[in-house]
Design a protein around this ligand. Structure first.
Ligand code: ADP
Ligand code: ASP
Ligand code: MG
Length: 429
């Protein structure tokens, strides 16, 4: 039997009893004859607590030290899980991301994995040990500093290890039974998906469904690793993420109406909107604005340009970005004001994004119209719109997000007729 990689999230490791329960689960897999490699997250809300502590100590902590601090959360878990396993009569070896060979670029707080060199992991497996790796962290190839992969990044550690070790499957254990048609915390009648394609899962993750980290899905797709998302609190089968919307069998199912048109509804409350008001309507102005934002390493999401409400020959450019980058973006733009000659900057972080995702919308007309009617019937005003081949997203007021998600979910008949979705633990932070 081959290698199984498992990942346990913070809500599955909330306290000592939870850690012992996870250890039993890991040992069960080992007893089935598999070699087991486990990526662990920090316990419960540890990462948030560490970040709050940092903010209390310093208003603008150095990025290097923030990563040293945050990476400690996962190190606590890895040692405790290894101890609990040894109490069950098995041996475990815990490794930090760096020891496990997780090599990243140098971007503190949002580092990308560029290679995994799992020599020590392979050796420990060969010696019969269960291997526990601290998720969410690596070491920079260039600077040799400790890095972290961005919030939710332990999922990516697990998939990267699964790819490097040529594992049979990567199991992501969490506090719900799989990937649902919407966040069960907002829509209790959401339905569990048995399977979902990489492309649909990528869109769901990119649109805020934090059940999987976006880069973990990108990684799984690139290396063709199936992900099984399931609960650590039940033994139910979860959701398998695999396959492409371009596979022949998927396309056939789509046209014969066997496949669901819609995979799900996602929401995101982590973005903000900036409007650059009164930009001279000349060649090159937008390029200058976006070059400054790129220079500041800011990833933009939606972009809209409108004729300025204030005057002719001027345009307003609005875009959305992660709230956490809001201050950096505002200062980068402010320093351009005299050069570009725009009037002012507006910042709004009381927004949310609601997205409808499904490969079937390629072949079924009318999806957009139904989506907009559902949102209108819920009395929600739409601020911005963007689309991809398999997604429609709208920006709404933050307070309207839940209503828009629920209205869309029922308009597309996604509600389950069976029991309500169970959220086993976690605070949803
Ligand atoms: P973990 O601590 O295991 O990494 P996360 O809190 O990161 O767990 O992710 C699990 C949470 O993702 C669930 O508790 C749920 O509230 C949320 N979630 C958002 N969208 C979805 C979805 N479509 N399906 C399932 N869960 C979702
Ligand atoms: N502990 C990190 C976080 O809370 C990473 C993870 O849980 O995946 O974001
Ligand atoms: Mg997570």
């Amino acid at each position: 039997m081959g290698i199984v990689v498992q990942k346990y999230g913070g809500s599955s490791l909330a306290d000592a009893d939870a850690i012992k329960r996870v250890a039993r689960r890991i040992v069960e897999t080992k007893k089935e004859g598999h070699d087991v490699v486990v990526a662990v997250s920090a316990m419960g809300d540890t990462t948030d607590e560490l970040l709050e502590l940092a903010a209390d100590v310093s208003p603008l902590p150095p990025a290097r030290e923030l990563d040293v601090l945050q990476s400690a959360g996962e190190r606590i878990s890895m040692a405790l899980v290894a101890m609990a396993i040894s109490d069950l009569g098995f041996t475990a070896r815990s490794f930090t991301g760096s020891q496990a060979g997780v090599i990243t670029d140098a971007q503190h707080g949002k580092a990308k994995i560029i290679d995994v060199t799992p020599g020590r992991v392979v050796q420990a497996i060969g010696e019969g040990h269960i291997v526990i790796v601290a998720g969410f962290q690596g070491v920079s190839q260039d600077t040799k500093e400790i890095t972290t992969l961005g919030r939710g990044g332990s999922d990516t550690t697990a998939v990267a290890l699964a790819a490097a070790l040529d594992a049979e499957v990567c199991e992501i254990y969490t506090d719900v039974d799989g990937v649902f048609t919407a966040d069960p915390r907002i829509v209790p009648s959401a339905r569990k998906l048995d399977a979902v394609t990489y492309e649909e899962m990528l869109e769901l993750a990119a649109c805020g469904a934090k059940i999987l980290h976006l880069r973990c899905v990108e990684y799984a797709r690139r290396y063709d690793i199936p992900i099984h998302v399931r609960s650590s609190f039940s033994h139910l089968d979860g959701t398998i993420v695999r396959g492409s919307i371009d596979d022949d069998d998927h396309q056939q199912q789509e046209t014969s109406m066997e496949a669901a048109i819609i995979a799900g509804v996602a929401h995101d409350r982590s973005e903000a909107k900036i409007t650059v008001v009164g930009v001279p309507d000349k060649v090159g102005e937008a390029a200058r604005i976006f070059a400054a934002l790129a220079e500041a390493q800011i990833n933009l999401d939606m972009i809209v340009q409108n004729v300025s409400a204030a005057a002719t020959n001027l345009t307003d450019i609005s875009f959305t970005l992660p709230r956490s980058d809001g201050q950096t973006a505002m200062s980068a733009l402010a320093s351009l004001q005299s050069q570009v000659g725009f009037d002012s900057l507006l910042y709004d972080d009381k927004i949310g994004k609601v997205s409808l995702i499904g490969a079937g919308m390629r072949s079924h007309p009318g999806v957009t119209a139904k989506f907009f009617s559902a949102i209108a019937e819920a009395g929600v005003n739409i601020g911005m719109i963007s689309t991809s081949e398999i997604r429609i997203s709208v920006v709404v007021d933050e307070v309207d997000v839940d209503a828009a998600v629920r209205a869309t979910h029922s308009a597309f008949d996604l509600d389950s007729t069976e029991v309500e979705a169970v959220v086993y633990g976690g605070t949803g932070r």
